[in-house]
Design a protein around this ligand. Structure first.
Ligand SMILES: *Cc1c(COP(=O)(O)O)cnc(C)c1O
Length: 365
């Protein structure tokens, strides 16, 4: 058949819309280093996300690393995080010289289990880095209470929550800092890109400098920074895509409803819990099988028909080769089990309903 359906498909705006921004870049000859389009995107995102402060980066991962740097945590401290995420979350912690301590997740929605959090805190703990995995919003009330009680910084990996709200509040405004990813596969993208959101201008100065080598003036360099600046070409893509985000989210919402309707109550399968207080962005369609064998079987059956689901997130981060001998995935049994039984199905705005029905029929078996 030669057909291939992937788990996601990057959105591209109508070509003319991007070209109009390219004309502006050609006129200004300003290609990167916080140009006009960069500033325009920053302002528009602040408004769209109802963020007090927002800094743009060339990708989400470096944004996360620079957030850890901006929080000015004690060198080598312990950071409590989740093993059920994309590699970036833990890698950022380790690359910044901190020690990750893994907290297990709630099987219902895959987010960090607040019941276990406090038992992992030691006198070396300096921060908590939870993940709103698949756009499922963490229990912020309880996590932030623990952070406050122990004087810990709270940095959310909010890579999956673009545009979401909880009880009417923009999800990316939770915690001391939240990181958003604008990678091509995410619901809103700038090809590669990311942002940090935080209250009241608190980290404006340090983040702006960190992403530009720590340079603070023509003759002074104040921080050991890096290069994580968003280019004008990335900002242009973001400005185009932002105009289409609501319409794309609505379309994904329809497909999400169709999937949920067709898969609800199927024996041997469960869907992750939804929180009625959350307005979702329908970024991902994870389903959880009763066993790893069933999950792998469904994955293979779909692949035979050219439908490429993904085992997001498998393996757990604490089972990665690069961390062998340092952590034991058995310490986080729920995360381990979820990673072995979850399958993320294709979901993107122009996926057709026929394909969703076909995928569900294959899964029904
Ligand atoms: C995509 C992603 C990141 C990293 O973002 P990039 O923009 O790709 O660098 C971090 N954490 C999670 C959970 C992600 O899904």
């Amino acid at each position: 058949m030669g057909r291939n359906i992937y788990v996601t498909k990057s959105y591209l705006p109508p070509r003319g819309e991007y070209d109009a921004y390219l004309d502006r870049i050609w006129e200004s000859r300003w290609l990167t280093n916080m140009g006009r389009l960069h500033e325009e995107l920053r302002e528009r995102l602040k408004e769209y996300l109802r963020a007090e402060s927002l800094e743009l980066f060339t990708n989400g991962h470096l944004a996360l690393e620079m957030a850890l740097q901006a929080l000015e945590l004690p060198a080598g401290g312990e950071i409590v995080t989740t093993p059920f995420s994309f590699a970036s979350t833990t890698h950022a912690i380790v690359r910044q010289g901190f020690t990750p301590v893994f907290c297990d997740v709630r099987p219902g929605d895959g987010t960090l289990d607040p019941d276990l959090l406090e038992s992992l805190i030691t006198d070396r703990t300096c921060a908590i880095v939870p993940v709103h995995v698949y756009g499922n919003v963490c229990d912020d009330a309880r996590i932030s209470a623990v952070a406050a009680r122990h004087g810990l910084k709270l940095l959310y990996d909010a890579a999956h929550t673009f545009g979401e709200t909880v009880d009417g509040r923009s999800v990316c405004t939770l915690g001391d800092i939240s990181m958003l990813s604008f990678h091509a596969t995410k619901v809103f993208h700038t090809i590669e890109g990311g942002a940090l959101v935080y209250p009241g201008g608190r980290y404006d100065d340090i983040l702006y400098k960190l992403k530009n080598f720590g340079i603070t003036g023509q003759e002074s360099v104040e921080y050991v920074g890096g290069n994580a600046k968003m280019t004008e070409f990335q900002a242009a893509m973001g400005l185009c895509n932002l105009d289409h985000t609501d319409e794309l989210t609505a379309r994904r919402g329809v497909l999400d409803g169709l999937y949920r309707g067709l898969l609800a109550g199927v024996p041997g399968l469960r869907l992750l819990e939804r929180d009625p207080r959350v307005q979702y962005n329908y970024a991902y369609m994870p389903v959880v099988f009763d066993s790893q064998a069933d999950r792998d079987g469904a994955f293979a059956l779909l692949a035979e028909r050219g439908i490429h689901a993904r085992k997001y997130f498998y393996p757990c981060i604490n089972a990665y080769d690069c961390y062998r001998g340092r952590f034991d995935p058995a310490d986080t049994p729920e995360a381990k089990k979820l990673s072995e039984q979850v399958l993320t199905l294709p979901l993107y705005a122009d996926l057709d309903e026929e394909t969703v029905r076909e995928i569900c029929e294959i899964i029904h078996g």
